[in-house]
Design a binder for this molecule. Structure first.
Ligand code: ZN
Length: 305
């Protein structure tokens, strides 16, 4: 009895192995595509990227500077870009430093303190230095020093205050575990969660975007987003070049050309520039991070043939 069972098990194992080998040869399917999607656990210590929209940065931590080694990473961004809370915590405004200019500390729940330096002090899109370090200029209106903030919440505007005056607007971002000495933020910035857009929690949002088609399936459109306009808040983010997978429900309108001839989603060709309007929906973490399928398209307009 035992030997029969063992033999049966051995045969079963062989059959499974044979099946696996045969299927691998016959159907070159990425096994990742046929398993149900499993939400990825958040890597430990993952932060929200501290600037919304297009940025440039390199590993300039420790670079020689007149006052000593560089204690943070300079994240270049458009003037007035939103600085976001890297993790939940409390903010402390600090506006008494000539070198740092308008800055704040974020005392994170994890015990890490983050420094946001050279925040905006300009009233216009030029470098006018007329704004001071104030609400509506440096920090979002309604935010108070000492306030609790959630991860990804806007806490400041990128600028060039302090000794960055006249330099390309950037956020000088420092990471101080347990409030101690600085550590290199670069690896955490590379691994950070990048927000796609910001609207206040609980609001109904819509997005419009211009994008480049990467691929389509029966129910989704994969693009690279170029310009993104979000409502409410009327915010425009340009030159994003960010991948996004939009859900496309069966009732979505798909048109080609100015006349708006109805077409199939499969008519979208790789490399075509499309305009997309999304379905109004209550904002979720998945949507604001632009996770695959978390945002639904309502109308897609392809270029004239
Ligand atoms: Zn710097």
């Amino acid at each position: 009895m035992l030997s029969i069972r063992t033999t049966a098990r051995a045969l079963l194992v062989l059959a499974l192995l044979g099946f696996a080998a045969g299927s691998a040869a016959a159907f070159p399917v990425d096994p990742g595509n046929i398993r149900p999607p499993v939400p990825k656990p958040k890597p430990k210590g993952q932060i929200v990227f501290p600037v919304l929209g297009t940025v440039e940065f390199s590993d300039d931590y420790g670079a020689p500077r007149p006052q000593g080694p560089h204690e943070g990473i300079d994240i270049l961004a458009p003037r007035h870009a939103l600085a976001l809370a890297a993790e939940p915590g409390r903010v402390r405004f600090y506006t008494g430093s000539g070198r740092a200019g308008c800055m704040l500390y974020l005392d994170g729940k994890s015990g890490t303190t983050y420094y946001y330096i050279h925040l905006n002090n300009d009233l216009t899109n030029g470098n006018d230095n007329r704004g001071g370090c104030r609400l509506g200029v440096t920090f979002p209106k309604g935010l108070k020093s000492g306030a609790r903030v959630s991860a990804g919440q806007p806490i400041g505007y990128v600028g060039d205050s302090g000794d960055a005056n006249g330099v390309h607007p950037h956020l000088h971002f420092e990471v101080h575990p347990h409030g101690g000495r600085s550590t290199n933020p670069y690896p955490r910035l590379l691994a950070a969660r990048r927000m796609l857009f910001y609207v206040p929690p609980g609001t109904t949002f819509t997005l419009s975007m211009t994008a480049t088609v990467v691929s389509t399936s029966s129910e989704s459109l994969r693009v690279r987003v170029n310009t993104l306009h979000s409502l409410p808040g009327n915010m425009v983010l340009r030159r994003l070049d960010r991948p996004l997978v939009l859900a496309v429900p069966s009732y979505a309108s798909i048109e080609r050309g100015v006349v708006g001839n109805a077409v199939q989603l499969s008519d979208a060709k790789r490399g075509e520039r499309v305009s997309v309007w999304t379905e109004a929906a209550t904002v979720t973490a998945a949507a604001s991070e632009g996770r695959a399928g978390a945002i639904s398209a309502e109308r897609i307009v392809l270029p004239a043939a």
